[in-house]
Write a protein that binds this ligand. Structure first.
Ligand SMILES: [Zn+2]
Length: 102
């Protein structure tokens, strides 16, 4: 678990803890403070969940296939999808000219 996600989870847990404290009246404060603290707790939950969703989405977009290909120096033909060794100029299957952008 990376630090960002852990941080988001802490926000959410902190918010839930505040809501529980208020709900079970475990802390005694003037009503105005209760409302403010309740709002902070609620905001922490919402913020934590939104950031958590964002971070998890960013994580998913990292394509493990591309990372592996960089390690093994493998390209794919943009024309037919054939696996091509790094540095090969023409696709062995269809003869497509391989450029650096392929
Ligand atoms: Zn090809």
């Amino acid at each position: 678990m990376d630090n960002k996600i852990l941080e988001n989870v802490i926000y959410v847990l902190f918010g839930i803890l505040i809501q529980l404290l208020l709900y079970f009246k475990l802390i005694e404060l003037p009503e105005l403070f209760m409302i403010i603290i309740g709002f902070i707790g609620f905001a922490a939950i919402v913020y934590g969940l939104l950031e958590l969703a964002e971070n998890l989405r960013e994580r998913k977009t990292i394509n493990p296939v591309i990372v592996e290909d960089e390690v093994h120096h493998i390209n794919y033909c943009s024309n037919c999808g054939e696996e091509i060794s790094f540095g090969t100029k023409y696709c062995p299957k269809c003869g497509h000219h391989i450029t650096n952008s392929d």
